[in-house]
Design a binder for this molecule. Structure first.
Ligand SMILES: [Zn+2]
Length: 62
């Protein structure tokens, strides 16, 4: 997909967020699922780091 600078209409590289011609910022558009993916990875990381067995034992003991 071609992207054009929103200020001078020069063509931008795929990963360029600043125009090489005029220096205007052109943020790279993120796909809609980026925050979903981030949340899922965070949940997996927490799951791996937290000792789940210890929590289960804590809540089951009385
Ligand atoms: Zn430009």
């Amino acid at each position: 997909m071609r992207r054009l600078c929103r200020q001078c209409r020069a063509e931008l590289g795929v990963d360029d967020d600043a125009c090489r011609v005029c220096g205007a910022l052109n943020p790279v558009p993120l796909p809609w699922y980026t925050p979903v993916l981030g949340a899922a990875m965070l949940a997996i990381l927490v799951w791996l780091l937290v000792d789940v067995d210890a929590l289960v034992r804590f809540f089951q003991s009385d």
